[in-house]
Each structure stands twice: as C-alpha cells, then as structure tokens.
Design a protein around this ligand. Structure first.
Ligand code: SF4
Length: 184
C-alpha cells in the first residue's frame, strides 16, 4: 500500500521559541506545548519558520502596527526570508503532493492570518500605545510568504491563525484555535 506523505506544518517561529516575542509578549516560557503537541499527534512534519521581526529589529524592538512595518525595506526582508522557506519546501520532491499548513499568529502585524494590529496614527512617542485596534487583515510576512509560494507554482497552503497576539491568549486557547482551523 502506498504511504500518504505526512502533511507539512510551516510553524511561526515564536510557537517554538517565545523568546522571539516583543518584550512582555510571551504567553509562556519557551515552547507553546499544547499547539506543538497537537501537531505532533496529527502527524505533521514541522518546519520552524524564521521570525521576520526578530531578524529585522532584534529582541529590543518596540511593539508596532502593520502600518509601521509596511515599508519597502521590511517587505524585501520578508521576501528574502520567504525565498529561503520556500527553497526548503521545494527541495523536498514529495512537497508538491503534500498538504502544507501555515500556522500564523493572529493579531501580529507581521504574522497575522485573519487579524492584525492596526494603528494608522502611531508615530513619535512610543508610550502612546493605547491607540491601536485589531482589524481584519494579513500581516506583512504572511502576505510575502503567500506571494512567494504562489510565484513558485507550489500548491497553495492552508492558512490558520492562532490568536497569540489577541487579548486573553493562553497556550490552551491557541490549541483550540488550531483545532478549529484544522477541522475547517
Ligand atoms: S508573531 Fe511572527 S513576528 Fe511576531 S514574534 Fe512570532 S514569528 Fe515573530
């Protein structure tokens, strides 16, 4: 009997490394275990993607909105990372026939799938952190990753956002987000 290839999960970096989050953004130490355990139980082959914000602005960056990250330089940075992620996928001959799931982070200006942080008027004094809202939209990194996958002719991935950057997020609420995304 022919073996089905294991589905591939392209996992947002911070689900496996909470130290990449912006200061005070981590919801637990280290790994978000309930999410990773669920992927393991579902037999997904996990690929940890790079963190676009950490590699661009380091660990001491401010919390920013999508409008602030949406610059040509940051997009080029994301495109460069996306090329490396898709190179890794394309190097695997079985990937063309394999289901690929991208696990993004809802609420993130970079990694949001369905929801992002928006603050069109943020500038200057970083203490003015009360003027942001969560709105529907894709993060800059996910937009560039999707575009790179499309441009290379690979099968379009299933995109699932877990709400780590939304108020009240816990490791278990992220697991529930993932469960409902995989069921949908
Ligand atoms: S949500 Fe995306 S940009 Fe933010 S820490 Fe996680 S991987 Fe990095």
């Amino acid at each position: 009997m022919e073996r089905q290839p294991m589905p591939i999960a392209l996992v947002s970096h911070c689900l496996l490394n909470q130290n990449a989050k912006v200061s005070d953004g981590a919801i637990c130490p280290g790994v978000v275990s309930p999410v990773i355990d669920l992927l393991r139980r579902r037999n997904h082959r996990m690929v940890q993607m790079p963190c676009p914000e950490f590699t661009f602005a380091g660990p001491d960056r401010w919390w920013q909105s999508k409008e602030q990250y949406d610059t040509p330089t940051y997009r080029e940075h994301c495109r460069e990372l996306a090329r490396a992620v898709v190179d890794e996928l394309a190097a695997d001959p079985s990937a063309a026939d394999t289901e690929v799931v991208v696990i993004g982070i809802d609420g993130s200006p970079s990694s949001g799938v369905d929801l992002i942080t928006s603050a069109p008027d943020w500038r200057g004094e970083p203490g003015r952190s009360d003027a942001w809202t969560v709105v529907p939209g894709r993060g800059v990194w996910i937009e560039e990753l999707e575009a790179e996958i499309r441009s290379r002719g690979l099968r379009p991935p299933c995109l699932i956002g877990v709400g780590m950057d939304l108020p009240g997020a816990t490791p278990d609420s992220l697991r529930r987000d993932l469960e409902s995304g995989l069921a949908g």
